[in-house]
Design a protein around this ligand. Structure first.
Ligand code: ATP
Ligand code: MG
Length: 459
C-alpha cells in the first residue's frame, strides 16, 4: 500500500515541478510547505539515500556506499531475485550484490527496514568524446519515523562496521618488499595455513590463541595505554618452518605482509620512513636478523679481505651488498620499535626470524620488545604425522612405529621430511616414500648428516 502511496506522491511532485512556474512566488512557497507537511503526515516513513559517488566532482567512491554494498551482500544472496556477481579475493570467491532496482529487508532490534538499490541515468553529454551513459547508483534506506533514533544512531554505525569487516575479509592481501626507501607490492597468495604447519599441537594452539587474542584486543590496548602491537621472535635451524609460519600467521589474521630487507635500507632515517608507511593490520617481517644487522650496534665499515673471503665461501649473508653500505643500527631499530612505532597506529605484528638466537643482542630480545619467543625445532613424531597426513593423506601405517623410534634419535628438519614425502611418481606408493625417509633417518643415525633425496638415490 505504501509503495503505491509513494508513487502517487512521486507523481504529484512531478506535476508540481511542471506547474509551479505558473504560480506566484509567495504562493509557491506556501504550497510547497504544506504539501511537504501533508506528505509526512500520510507517509510515515523516512528515507535516506547513499550515493555511490561523493565529493565535489562526484568522482570519489563513497565509503559508506561500499560498506553498505558489502553489508547487503549476504542479505541480497538470500532475498533478491536479481543479483550481480563479481570475483574477489585471489580470484577465488564470488561476491554477490543486488542488482539495480532490487529491494531487501532487514531487521534490527526487532525493527523492520528496507534497503533498495537504484540508479539515476543521465543522458550523455553530446559534446563528450565518450558516449558512456552516466549512471549514478545509490542505496535507499526506508524505515518508520518512530524508529528514527535507533536507525540513525546504532543501526547505521552497525551497518558501516559490519560492511567494513566484510571488506577486510574479502580484500586481496599484499606482500610488500622494500627496494631502497619505498615499498613495492605483489598479491600475497601463500597457501600455508596453521592446519598444514607441522609442529607440536599444543604449541601451535597456543600460538593461534595468542594471535587471535591480539587481533581482538584493540580496545584492551587502548584502555591500558599501550600501542596495539606485538613482537614475535621465531628461531630454529633452517628448514623448520619459520617463513612458513609467518605466511600462516598472515593467512590466519588476514593481514598484509611487509618483508623488510634491512640490508637494502640505507640508514635509520630511511628505516623510519619505511616503517611509518606500513598500514595497520600488517605483519612486518625481518628475516635472519642476525645476518642483516651488526648487533654490536657498531658497523664494521672495513672488513679484512680475508674475512670477506671466508664469509663468501661459507655463504654467510653479508650486510654490505653491491658496494652499498647499510647504516641501520641496532639502536635505530630499537628506537623505532619502542618509540615512533607506538605512535603510528595499531594492529601490527613485528616478526624477527633467526637461526641463532644466542647470537642476538639481549636488548633486542628482551620481553616487552619481543613479546613471544617461539622455537621451531626438528621434526618430532607428531609433526611427522601431520606431514604424512598432508602429503600422503594417511593417518597410520605399519612403518610409523619405526619412524617414531628413529625420530627420537635423529634430528631432521620438517623440510627434509617433507622432501621425502613429496610425490615423485604417478604411482604414489606410500610405502616407497616412507621407506626412503627411513633410509635417510638410518643413515643419519649412523653418524652421517641428514641427506637429501638425491644423495639417498645415489647411494
Ligand atoms: N613445520 C613445517 N610444516 C610444514 N612444512 C614445513 C615445515 N617446516 C618446513 N616446511 C617445508 O619446508 C620448506 C622450508 O621451510 P621454511 O622456508 O619455512 O624454513 P625456514 O625455517 O624459514 O628456514 P630458513 O631458516 O632457512 O629461512 C617449506 O617450503 C615447507 O614446505
Ligand atoms: Mg625462512
Amino acid at each position: 500500500m505504501f509503495a503505491q502511496l509513494g508513487s502517487i506522491i512521486a507523481s504529484m511532485m512531478f506535476f508540481w515541478a511542471i506547474f509551479q512556474q505558473y504560480f506566484p512566488y509567495q504562493l509557491r512557497n506556501q504550497i510547497e510547505k504544506y504539501s511537504q507537511k501533508l506528505a509526512t503526515l500520510i507517509y510515515p516513513y523516512i528515507q535516506i539515500t547513499f550515493h555511490e559517488f561523493t565529493g565535489e566532482q562526484k568522482l570519489m567512491r563513497s565509503e559508506a556506499y561500499s560498506s553498505i554494498e558489502n553489508y547487503l551482500s549476504t542479505k541480497a544472496s538470500t532475498q533478491a531475485k536479481r543479483l550481480k556477481g563479481d570475483i574477489a579475493k585471489n580470484n577465488q570467491s564470488l561476491v554477490l550484490s543486488m542488482d539495480d532496482h532490487e529491494e531487501v529487508s532487514d531487521e534490527f532490534n526487532g525493527v523492520k527496514l528496507w534497503w533498495a538499490s537504484g540508479k539515476n541515468v543521465s543522458k550523455p553529454n553530446s559534446f563528450s568524446l565518450h558516449h558512456n551513459i552516466d549512471e549514478k547508483r545509490y542505496y535507499k534506506l526506508t524505515f518508520h519515523k518512530v524508529n528514527r533514533d535507533l536507525i540513525l544512531g546504532s543501526y547505521l554505525s552497525f551497518v558501516l562496521k559490519e560492511g567494513k569487516a566484510i571488506k577486510v575479509k574479502n580484500r586481496q592481501r599484499k606482500l610488500y618488499t622494500n627496494s631502497g626507501s619505498y615499498w613495492s607490492h605483489v598479491v600475497f597468495e601463500h597457501p600455508s595455513t596453521f592446519e598444514t604447519l607441522a609442529m607440536d599441537l599444543e604449541k601451535k594452539k597456543m600460538i593461534i590463541d595468542d594471535l587471535i587474542t591480539f587481533s581482538k584486543a584493540g580496545e584492551f590496548y587502548g584502555r591500558i595505554g599501550r600501542a596495539w602491537k606485538r613482537g614475535y621472535l621465531l628461531y630454529g635451524p633452517p628448514g623448520t618452518g619459520k617463513s612458513t609460519m609467518i605466511a600462516a600467521m598472515a593467512n590466519l589474521l588476514g593481514y598484509d605482509l611487509y618483508d623488510l630487507e634491512l640490508t637494502a635500507v640505507k640508514d635509520n632515517t630511511e628505516l623510519r620512513k619505511l616503517l611509518i608507511e606500513t598500514s595497520s593490520k600488517s605483519i612486518i617481517v625481518i628475516e635472519d636478523i642476525d645476518c642483516s644487522l651488526d648487533l654490536t650496534g657498531q658497523r664494521t665499515k672495513k672488513k679484512a679481505k680475508k674475512d670477506e673471503e671466508v664469509e663468501r665461501k661459507s655463504g654467510v649473508v653479508m650486510e654490505e651488498r653491491e658496494g652499498r653500505m647499510s647504516q641501520v643500527t641496532l639502536s635505530g631499530l630499537l628506537n623505532f620499535i619502542d618509540g615512533l612505532w607506538s605512535a603510528c597506529g595499531g594492529e601490527r605484528l613485528i616478526v624477527f626470524t633467526t637461526n641463532y638466537v644466542e647470537k642476538l643482542d639481549p636488548a633486542l630480545v628482551r620481553k616487552g620488545r619481543m613479546d613471544k619467543h617461539i622455537e621451531l625445532s626438528y621434526c618430532g613424531f607428531e609433526a611427522f604425522k601431520m606431514l604424512a597426513k598432508n602429503y600422503l593423506n594417511i593417518e597410520s601405517h605399519y612403518l610409523f612405529d619405526t619412524i617414531c623410534e628413529l625420530l627420537e634419535e635423529v634430528e631432521i628438519t620438517p623440510a627434509d621430511v617433507a622432501e621425502h614425502l613429496m610425490p615423485k611418481s604417478s604411482s604414489g606408493d606410500v610405502q616407497v616414500y616412507l621407506k626412503s625417509l627411513i633410509h635417510a633417518l638410518e643413515l643419519a643415525k649412523e653418524g652421517a648428516k641428514v641427506i637429501s633425496v638425491e644423495d639417498a638415490k645415489k647411494l
